[in-house]
Design a protein around this ligand. Structure first.
Ligand code: DOR
Ligand code: ZN
Length: 359
């Protein structure tokens, strides 16, 4: 039996408020615990988006009632809320800025709208950027100009990891995360298709950033030392939505993160220390998160099994990794002294989870 610290996932779309048919604070945190994750940080592209004190309270109230693992909640950068955010930043996980197009309404196209956020948001918390390719380069330039930390979400391209490496070498305060789907899949990976889709686009493949080429995936693996965190970008949408004419982008990921990483260890591509650094130590430092006493995950390292959506706790009802054979099964999760998950069952109640900013 392998014992690991509880993992931190700094990138989770909880969907509450507003879209709880996809997920809510209860199912997202059950999914987390079943995946060995004991802290999740929720993204602000909800309905309504989390962009001021009132909307932050709506999300935090729901989390307080329902969360079964510990949590934080990001606030989102809008065109005219930069002056509001410093006063509520202590209650937030950090600031998320959507600089490229994705699911939801929070997109800042005009660079002049970025400036007040870079000027005003407190420097002890990172600004997290959804910024791909050249937009990412612009975000790193802002970090250099304003001399403040930025964290690049879900990198997927060779050119991105190489630029981050160069920026780090120059002392720019940039960190980054990578998602399992960008490490283990390419645009050519076969994914299950919805029945009767015919020649139509396979909506189950839609994710932002898109799945990339083998050359990109290879570069991520080769530059693993540049990558600070693993993050799932857990983005649940129902199968009916994914198989519709207008499929929203996003994959669920909380329950497949650790089994996939452990399979990477079994393949000799990762070490257990990589997992601890990138899923516990680095995210705790970057996002200023508290230690969780008496918290650990027990894994049967040798158990080989198939990933099945029917065994998952996420409400969305599917996984892009359906049928994948993985090695390493999570048997037990203890969170702050209490067994929270054991042998496929969640054992803590809604409300057991704590806000990481309350302590
Ligand atoms: O694929 C994605 N889905 N990428 C994002 O950036 C947002 C997410 C979502 O909220 O569904
Ligand atoms: Zn996301």
């Amino acid at each position: 039996m392998l014992k690991l610290p509880g993992l931190i996932d700094p990138h989770v779309h909880v969907r509450e408020p507003g879209q709880i048919h996809k997920e809510d604070w209860d199912t997202a945190t059950q999914s987390a615990l079943a995946g060995g994750v004991t802290i999740i940080l929720g993204m602000p592209n909800t309905k309504p988006p989390i962009f001021d004190s009132e909307t932050l309270d709506i999300a935090l109230d729901a989390a307080k009632q329902k969360a079964r693992c510990d949590y934080g909640q990001f606030v989102g950068a809008g065109p005219d809320n930069a002056h509001l955010l410093p006063t509520i930043s202590d209650r937030a996980a950090g600031l998320k800025m959507y600089l490229d197009s994705t699911f939801g309404e929070l997109r800042l196209d005009d660079m002049s709208l970025w400036t007040p956020h870079f000027e005003k948001f407190p420097k002890h918390l990172p600004i997290v950027l959804h910024s791909e390719s050249r937009t990412m380069a612009a975000g790193i330039l802002f970090a250099a100009i304003y001399d403040r930390p930025v964290h690049i979400a879900h990198i997927s391209l060779r050119e991105e990891v190489l630029l981050i490496k160069a920026a780090k070498e120059k002392g720019i305060k940039v960190t980054c995360e990578v998602c399992p789907h960008h490490l283990f899949m390419t645009a050519d990976s076969p994914l299950p298709e919805g029945e009767g889709l015919g020649v139509r686009v396979n909506g189950r493949k839609e994710v932002r950033p898109r799945l990339a080429t083998q050359k990109d995936v290879d570069a991520l693996w080769q530059n693993m030392d540049v990558i600070d965190c693993f993050a799932t970008d857990h983005a649940p949408h129902t199968l009916a939505e994914k198989d519709s004419d207008n499929p929203p982008p996003g994959f669920p990921g909380l329950e497949t993160l650790l089994p996939l990483l452990l399979t990477g260890v079994d393949d000799g591509r990762l070490t257990i220390d990589d997992i601890i650094q990138k899923s516990v130590i680095n995210p705790r430092r970057i996002f200023n998160l508290p230690e969780q006493p008496e918290t650990w995950v027990e894994v049967d390292e040798n158990a080989v099994y198939e990933i099945k959506a029917s065994e998952q706790f996420t409400r969305c009802g599917w996984t892009p990794f359906e049928g994948w054979k993985v090695k390493g099964k999570i048997r037990k999760v203890v969170l702050r002294g209490k067994t929270a998950f054991e042998d496929g069952k969640i054992l803590v109640e809604p409300g057991y989870g704590k806000n990481v900013r309350d302590q």
